[in-house]
Design a protein around this ligand. Structure first.
Ligand code: GDP
Ligand code: MG
Length: 260
């Protein structure tokens, strides 16, 4: 069971090597800090914290191994995070169709069930691997490690990872990516950066998608960007439409500047 979010048995399937020598001195994410604040409530929360630290500490070790491998192979890697339906797959499809010829790309698709998104990506001609998390609400570093074994890493410039749609749990799990890219669509409301600050704080880029719909909404773009910068002062924001292509060249420029 993932004790970070209580989201199911999937971590046990991947082998939870409970190492009691590593129960202290872990890197503590914001989730831990929150739970540590509940120490004085009794025994049960303390036990939960220990298991949770083990899960995240193990994930961090595997993420560090992924990061080292991707760096060695000179692969730029991005972890796309968002609510379900904000347009992650649509943005990937458009990006791959527009840049595919110029960059060697591969995609890891994360969803609880189905290979729908992997099929959409495969139609662009780019190598793709679907990971189904079952009850799990996020990808972890172990899943990414195994999924990436399906690609020729010597023949890759850009690895794009689409996380499970969820603005909460994926924020806590480092996959070894260079950057998290949070996708927010204008139909979700401008207050989401304030409601889910961890995700926006941990992201380098925000893609504000579906701007083609703005004429039909009362979404306040300026406020949304101000909220995003309030929780993540250095965040780079691109306002885009995966449908019309508006704003996409600036995103491509950012990619080009960051890929070695
Ligand atoms: N109008 C509009 N619809 C979009 C845009 N991007 C995605 N969509 C639609 O939003 C829905 C969810 O998109 P999808 O890419 O599957 O989102 P994901 O769940 O984040 O991967 C689909 O019906 C898309 O056609 C956009 O820029 N504008
Ligand atoms: Mg998708």
């Amino acid at each position: 069971m993932c004790t970070t979010c209580g989201c199911g048995p999937d971590h046990q399937q991947h082998g939870h090597d409970h190492d009691h020598h590593h129960q202290h001195g872990h890197q503590h994410g914001p989730q831990h800090q929150h739970d540590h604040g509940q120490h004085n409530l009794g025994q049960a929360p303390r036990m939960k914290i220990t298991v949770e630290e083990d899960i995240l500490a193990k994930n961090n070790r595997l993420a560090a191994a992924n990061r080292a491998l991707f760096r060695e192979k000179q692969i730029f890697s991005l972890n796309l995070v968002s609510s379900p339906g904000s347009g992650k797959t649509s943005l990937l499809e458009r990006t791959l169709r527009d840049l595919g010829g110029r960059l060697r790309c591969a995609v890891i698709e994360g969803d609880q069930q189905t290979d729908n998104d992997a099929r959409r990506i495969a139609a662009t001609g780019v190598p793709v691997r679907q990971v189904n998390t079952g009850a799990g609400c996020h990808l972890d570093a172990h899943m990414v490690m195994h999924a990436s074994e399906n690609f020729d890493l010597d023949d890759l410039d850009l690895l794009l990872i689409e996380n499970v749609g969820n603005l909460v749990c994926p924020a806590a799990f480092d996959l070894g990516e260079d950057h998290k890219v949070v996708v927010l669509s204008v139909t979700e409301g401008e207050d989401k950066p304030l409601k889910y600050p961890q995700m926006f704080h941990n992201s380098t880029v925000m893609l504000l998608n579906k701007i083609d719909l703005l004429p039909h909404l009362d979404f306040d773009e300026e406020k949304c960007c101000e909220f995003a910068r309030r929780v993540s002062p250095g965040i780079t924001i691109f306002q885009v439409s995966a449908r019309s292509g508006e704003g996409m060249p600036a995103w491509y420029q950012w990619l080009a500047e960051n890929i070695s």
